[in-house]
Design a protein around this ligand. Structure first.
Ligand code: NAD
Length: 492
């Protein structure tokens, strides 16, 4: 049996919720139909969690947080546990990659690229489990004053559909390293790999209730998690619109902590001295990788007027040659858009680009060639002569649509680059070292890439400024999200 058939065979039974170390049915008796976007048909069904199931998961997570098996687990044992989760992910890499590709529509190659860092982040945070310590503080009174680094408690984690496994790993790994317990709500569009990850955690020996996974709809299960008064923290990746609802829910319930990884409209700024072949490659993958469904996509190419024409013609050729199609086929470079909702959204932005007067260089429509007619495909699209005031220069499209803008000098480049409500990442291409570092300081972004697009490592912090979010994931910085400091005074 091929791996695809094996994966399909395992999907015959509806996926259950993972609560308290057990697979359980949703109380409502309802199901989510999970789509395979490349075929435009149902791939699987999973039980749909509602507020009652979320409550059950929070109760399990609270009990596990208090239970000695977890609360008093030696740091070195937690370290080994996280290593075993990483090993488990690697053991099931083929299955996870296929499942992700089929459910999200990304190419199988891209799905494999997600599995590698998903395992890696568990190993990275495994190391931190034994290195979380407080400090002793000299105070005027002469007493012994020290701090304890404690876990936050029960963490609600809400993740989107573009990197379902990777986002779950980014969230669960640091939370467990710090001794928290977790209730993860995957996106209703892509709940499948998170459920496999739950199984991996169980097989690795994670105590019951430490990790719970509750697929459900945002306004139902997500909202219930955000409003639950026994959840200490919500970690969220998704849209600024939902982020606002989560902040409101926190304010109206128990003031739980909230960390936010949101969207972007990230600029890739090109000065005339840059290596244009390298820029074209970076800009191409920066917008078309993962179908542009990337929070850190380089959705605005901001090119100096002297080089814009040459760059646009290179990119136009590359986009026209790009192989769009079956995500599981080895030669495919771009797969299917995740959902009908997202397809409509992307096509709507393409129409707005045309309407507002941007110049269409490539794509600009749905791709219905041959078998693609039944799936959700969009041609890689490039608009030139985009003005900063246009909708496609301001709003996040989250699809394979590049907006090309130009500038005449460095000050204007900074002004345009910083001229959106977002501030996730930015890139600068130049051979001038002084300019590169000057730009790194001036750009409003949580991450700046110089002479490269994209760069992720479990050790390097990632996150945004402005409406791209609060807090940093990965690296030592994420430990701040999942610990709190207690100060102890001892009269001497
Ligand atoms: P979304 O905000 O609609 O959904 C994200 C998650 O929130 C899903 O699990 C959804 O079910 C849940 N949700 C929706 N409504 C909710 C509510 N009322 N209460 C609680 N939870 C709710 O976003 P999306 O469309 O699924 O994802 C795309 C967005 O995510 C884009 O804006 C993108 O930039 C962002 N994103 C950011 C990063 C990052 O690291 N910064 C990574 C990936 C995606």
């Amino acid at each position: 049996m091929s791996i695809v058939d094996e994966v399909r065979a395992r999907l015959v039974e509806p996926g259950k919720l993972f609560i308290g170390g057990e697979w359980v049915e949703a109380q409502s008796g309802r199901f989510i139909d999970v789509l395979e976007p490349a075929r435009g048909e149902r791939l699987a069904r999973v039980h749909e969690a509602d507020a009652r199931d979320v409550d059950r998961a929070v109760v399990a997570a609270r009990a596990a947080f208090r239970d000695e098996a977890w609360a008093r687990m030696a740091p070195s044992a937690r370290e080994k546990l996280l290593w075993r989760i990483a090993d488990g992910i690697e053991r099931r890499a083929e299955e996870l990659a296929h499942l992700e590709s089929m459910n999200n529509g990304k190419t199988l190659r891209e799905a494999h690229w997600d599995v590698v860092p998903s395992a890696d982040i568990f190993r990275y945070y495994a190391g931190w489990a034994t290195k979380l310590h407080g400090e002793t503080i000299p105070v005027d009174a002469g007493d012994l004053v020290y701090t304890l680094r404690e876990p936050v408690g029960v963490c609600g984690q809400i993740v989107p559909w573009n990197y379902p496994l990777l986002m779950a790993a980014w969230k669960i790994a640091p939370a467990l390293a710090c001794g928290n317990t977790v209730v993860l709500k995957p996106s209703e569009w892509t709940p499948l790999t998170a459920l496999v990850l739950a199984e991996v955690c169980k097989d690795a020996g994670v105590p019951p209730g430490v990790v719970n996974v509750v697929p459900g709809f945002g306004p139902v299960a997500g909202e219930a998690l955000a409003r639950h008064t026994d959840v200490n923290k919500v970690a969220f990746t998704g849209s600024p619109r939902t982020a606002r609802l989560l902040l409101k829910a926190s304010a109206e319930s128990n003031l739980k902590r909230v960390s936010l990884e949101l969207g972007g409209k990230s600029p890739l700024v090109v000065f005339p001295d840059a290596d244009l072949d390298a820029v074209a490659k970076a800009a191409f993958y920066g917008i078309f990788a993962n179908k542009g469904e990337v929070c850190a996509a380089s959705s605005r190419l901001l090119a100096h007027a002297d080089v814009k024409g040459a760059l646009v013609s290179k990119l136009g050729e590359m986009a026209t040659r790009m192989r769009v199609g079956d995500p599981l086929a080895p030669k495919t470079q771009m797969g299917a858009i995740v959902s009908p909702t997202q397809l409509e959204r992307v096509l709507g932005y393409i129409e707005s680009g045309k309407r507002e007067g941007a110049k269409l260089v490539a794509g600009g429509e749905r791709d219905t060639d041959g078998d693609k007619a039944r799936g959700l495909f969009v041609k890689p699209t490039i608009f030139d002569d985009v003005q900063p005031s246009m909708t496609i220069a301001k709003e996040e499209i989250f699809g394979p649509v590049l907006s090309v803008l130009s500038f005449a000098d460095e000050d204007r480049a900074v002004e345009v680059a910083n001229g959106t409500t977002y501030g996730l990442v930015a890139a600068v291409f130049t051979k001038d070292v002084q300019r590169a570092h000057r730009m790194a300081r001036k750009l409003q972004a949580g991450v700046v890439w110089i002479n490269r697009w994209s760069g992720f490592d479990s050790a390097a912090p990632f996150g945004g400024v402005k409406e791209s979010g609060w807090g940093r994931e990965m690296g030592v910085h994420a430990l701040e999200l999942y610990t709190q400091t207690k100060c102890v005074w001892v009269a001497t």
